[in-house]
Design a protein around this ligand. Structure first.
Ligand code: ZN
Ligand code: ZN
Ligand code: ZN
Length: 277
């Protein structure tokens, strides 16, 4: 399996759109890996995870043929993970030769914002029935897409909706995609996670060295999360542990994140990073 991190920032981006804090100023000066667009990933170039407003720039930057993608897994409805109005461009009028149907998988809030965005009056002349189809997910109800076995697990995030993190398996490889979430998962969620052996775990590191009680994680939570997985033999020394989804409020440069991650057997994601596992 291969995962590519197309964007690695939290909601406001890094540098943040309207911000002139020291972290954002430094990111603008240094450029390169300090610049982060909103979090989105792609597995094996086939399975897209999340659809932020930066999807357009990701496709351009990485020469992605998004018209070939037929499966989009959405973690939750927050704008940095789902910007549905852009999906209208998969209609033949805007996206010629897009292949088959794009299946968009998500919770009830994602479904609501999907229909609110694409069913507006102005788009009635471009119905998406032949181009995009929404598939509603339920917690722990596993399904198959493009040969991937996928389990949606309720996250510890916005309580107004059932945010999901995902277990994704194919050809004996297993990935835990943990964005966005804190560590206060339900017993049922932990039980499901603990019943798997992972080749790669991708963990929320929004807070940097800070810690809050749930909703997001910081680097110290990531260490604790990995430790729980180690105790249950869900990960080994060969499991790739990635920290991702960084906020300027975490106040860390990529170099600092990388140094910390390496010291703890993890990798700090940056925009465009590919990991084969
Ligand atoms: Zn987010
Ligand atoms: Zn800032
Ligand atoms: Zn979120």
């Amino acid at each position: 399996m291969e995962i590519q991190y197309l964007g690695t920032a939290a909601a406001e981006g890094l540098p943040a759109l309207f911000c002139s804090c020291d972290t954002c100023k430094r990111a603008r000066e240094l450029g390169g890996k300090e610049l982060r667009s909103r979090t989105q990933s792609i597995v094996d170039g086939k399975l897209l995870i999340d659809f932020p407003p930066d999807t357009y720039i990701h496709a351009q930057r990485e020469s992605l043929q998004l018209g070939k993608i037929q499966h989009l897994l959405v973690t939750h409805s927050h704008m940095d993970h789902f910007f549905p109005v852009e999906l209208i461009h998969r209609h033949e009028h805007f996206g010629h030769n897009a292949k088959g149907m794009l299946h968009v998988y998500g919770n009830e809030a994602v479904e609501k914002s999907f229909y609110e965005a694409v069913l507006i009056d102005r788009f009635k002349v471009h119905p998406l029935d032949e181009a995009v189809k929404f598939v509603r997910l339920e917690p722990f109800r596993d399904f198959w897409a493009e040969g991937y076995h996928i389990i949606p697990i309720p996250a510890d995030h916005d309580k107004r909706e059932t945010c999901f993190i995902y277990i994704i398996e194919k050809d004996g490889k297993c990935l835990l995609y943990g964005h966005d979430t804190g560590m206060n998962l339900s017993d049922e969620a932990w039980e499901c996670i603990f019943s798997h052996k992972f080749d790669l775990v991708s963990l929320d590191a929004t807070m940097g060295m800070k810690q809050i009680d749930g909703y997001h994680m910081g680097l110290l939570d990531d260490i604790a999360f990995v430790q729980l997985l180690e105790e249950r033999q869900c990960v080994t020394s060969s499991t790739v542990k990635v920290v991702n989804h960084f906020s300027h409020n975490g106040k860390m440069t990529h170099g600092q994140l990388e140094e910390f991650a390496e010291r703890h057997g993890m990798r700090a994601a940056y925009d465009g990073m590919k990991v084969l596992f």
